[in-house]
Design a protein around this ligand. Structure first.
Ligand code: MSP
Length: 579
């Protein structure tokens, strides 16, 4: 599928990416961290591309389950919400997320605007008063149709907990008026629902027809004073879901931020809440006269060591466990594992220690880290750490003699040469990888984007084993042109890895900054800006022999290994006591 906004590197449309706002009845776990991590990697990648990015996350505080848990903990709802909102903020800071704002729905800036939107919908007749008799899922704070309730034996389709029968007078949003408009948006891909398996599910359910949806709850005796009152009717509160969705707009509905809503909007979430984001929210936006989101992306779930995570099993992977992994393997290794092995596609993913170590060794210790240290070490050993010459990255073509010389060195040493006609074009390879990376970003396909980055590392590794610079280095005094060949080969490896490091940096910002510091490439990003702001757009930064390339005379110091190899037999890290 081609996206409306092309992967054109000069794309100047502002980019706005959001995560769900999380319930503050409890502390954050891997699921919340994962969605926010995906948003962080995408946001950092779009900043690297050169776009003006706004990345929002936050907390959804007016849910009934928040006031109930608060009471169980002898706190007011707001006190309890604050305790947990602070835990989310701390967790996200720990994960090194670069969110531009963190919204709490108890803030006036949200409450005032959310009420104003609901008032507008009331005034326009998009919201009207009516009776509701049906099923409510308190564990998900969601109203369900009779069909869905029956299909699930009157239990929650998500948590399995019993549904409640509710008979109440409610205000309703006339979602049914927007069926054909929605169908059009999906048919012409104005709103893209990703991944495609999820889109088919939404389209299937949409075909069954849309009903009016409740947007309020009548206040009952004994209810906590919690939630935003319905404008024009104090006896109702705005239903938490409807209010929560508004956060995406309330936070940027200001003069300086409105450009983000008018740019390209991407909403990320898991499959549990896709319907709200793909159907109800775009219809509300349309009714409000606002542009719908460009992308609604719903990933699958993390499970833990093969088992679904649940409160009753007490097997939620919480931030403390992630912190223990980060302590042992580095935070960027945790970010890498979650981003590349997570449930980004339609299938659930398992967080298992054995798999973590396998991926850590294969992708990071033996690949990215090893390749970077190997090249740095060779530049140190053979050229005293200073780059002596540049090269166009092409080897083995009729006019390029360096590979010829490398093969000769292997023959002299009595070693086999695999395929004597082999060519390498690292400049072309990196430029094609950069284009593929940009295309993958358009689909929020971070797994492909990061694998493309790593394909450069694999190509460099293959080039090193083929051209054997260590063999060449032993013949500097005996073989004509050996010095030139060695210089060309090592320059090309270093330059290709510099480009790979740029593409890897959204997932592993700290480790790549460490590489830039040992390789004196700090000029790539603004050192005063922790939110990965780069000095030029990716297309310019990644140019081979371009203004930001490795230069003659640049010193490449020997740094510490980026990732130490892990022992597969070591026990899994354990979380320290929950904070
Ligand atoms: N407050 C609502 C969202 C309102 S958005 C306008 C809500 N909150 S939640 O705290 O339950 O968060 C649900 C989201 O957390 C999921 O959509 C997903 O982003 C993330 N995850 C929760 N559990 C998860 C997994 N086990 N695996 C992956 N992500 C999961 O729903």
């Amino acid at each position: 599928m081609t996206s409306k906004l092309s992967s054109d590197a000069s794309n100047q449309t502002p980019y706005y990416i959001t995560t769900p706002i999380y319930y503050v009845n409890d502390r954050p776990h891997i699921g919340h961290c994962y969605t926010t991590l995906i948003a962080d990697v995408a946001a950092r990648a779009q900043r690297l591309v050169g776009r003006d990015v706004f990345f929002l996350t936050g907390t959804d505080e007016h849910a009934e389950k928040v006031s109930k848990t608060a009471a169980e903990n002898n706190k007011t709802p707001y006190e309890w919400a604050t305790i947990n909102a602070d835990r989310f903020k701390a967790a996200f800071e720990f994960m090194n997320f670069s969110n531009d704002d963190f919204v709490r729905t108890t803030e006036d800036r949200h409450k005032d605007k959310a009420s104003a939107y609901i008032k507008q919908l009331l005034d326009q007749g998009d919201i009207e008063l009516g009776d509701y008799e049906g099923w409510y899922d308190p564990s998900q704070e969601e109203y369900l149709t009779e069909i869905v309730a029956k299909e699930n034996n009157y239990n929650s389709p998500v948590t399995g907990k019993p549904l409640e029968k509710r008979v109440e007078q409610n205000y309703f949003f006339r979602l049914d008026n927007y069926q054909s408009w929605l169908q059009e948006q999906f048919a012409n891909d104005t709103i893209q629902i990703l991944p495609s398996a999820r889109k088919n599910e939404v389209l299937g359910r949409l075909k069954q027809g849309l009903m009016k949806v409740p947007v309020s709850r009548k206040i009952k005796e004994g209810d906590a004073d919690w939630g935003i009152k319905m404008p024009t009717d104090d006896s109702h509160r705005i239903y938490v879901w409807i209010e929560a969705l508004c956060n995406y707009l309330t936070t940027v509905d200001t003069d300086d931020r409105r450009k983000y809503w008018e740019g390209e909007v991407t909403h990320l979430m898991a499959k549990d809440i896709l319907w709200f984001h793909a159907i109800i929210w775009p219809a509300m936006l349309h009714a409000l006269g606002k542009q719908p989101p460009r992308t609604v992306y719903a990933h699958a779930y993390w499970i833990a060591e093969g088992t679904k995570m649940s409160k009753s099993l007490g097997n939620f992977i919480e931030i403390d466990l992630l912190a223990a992994y980060a302590e042992k393997y580095s935070l960027d290794a945790v970010r890498w594992f979650l981003t590349t092995q997570g449930p980004l596609g339609p299938n659930d993913a398992d967080f298992a220690h054995a798999r973590f170590v396998e991926v850590y060794n294969a992708d990071l210790a033996n690949s990215v880290g090893n390749s970077m240290s190997r090249v740095g070490n060779m530049v140190n050993k053979y050229f005293d750490g200073t780059i002596p010459a540049t090269c166009n990255g092409q080897f083995g073509f009729p006019d390029g003699s360096s590979l010829q010389t490398a093969r000769k060195a292997l023959e002299n040493a009595g070693k086999p040469v695999d395929d004597p006609n082999r060519t390498f074009d690292l400049a072309k390879f990196t430029s094609e990888a950069t284009s593929k990376y940009l295309e993958a970003l358009d689909r929020v396909d971070l797994e492909t984007a990061l694998d493309t980055a790593r394909s450069i590392v694999r190509e460099v590794d293959e080039f090193i084993s083929y051209s054997a610079p260590f063999t060449l280095a032993k013949q500097l005094d005996t073989l004509d042109d050996a010095k030139h060949a060695l210089e060309s080969i090592l320059y090309s490896c270093a330059e290709a890895l510099r480009i790979a490091s740029l593409l890897l940096s959204p997932a592993m910002p700290q480790k790549m900054a460490q590489l830039w510091s040992t390789w004196n490439c700090n000029h790539l990003s603004d050192p005063n800006d922790s939110n990965s702001s780069f000095v030029a757009p990716l297309i310019e930064l990644a140019q081979w022999n371009g203004p930001h390339s490795i230069k003659v005379g640049q010193s490449i110091t020997k740094g510490d290994a980026l990732f130490m190899r892990a022992d597969t037999n070591e026990p899994a890290p354990e979380a320290t006591a929950a904070s």
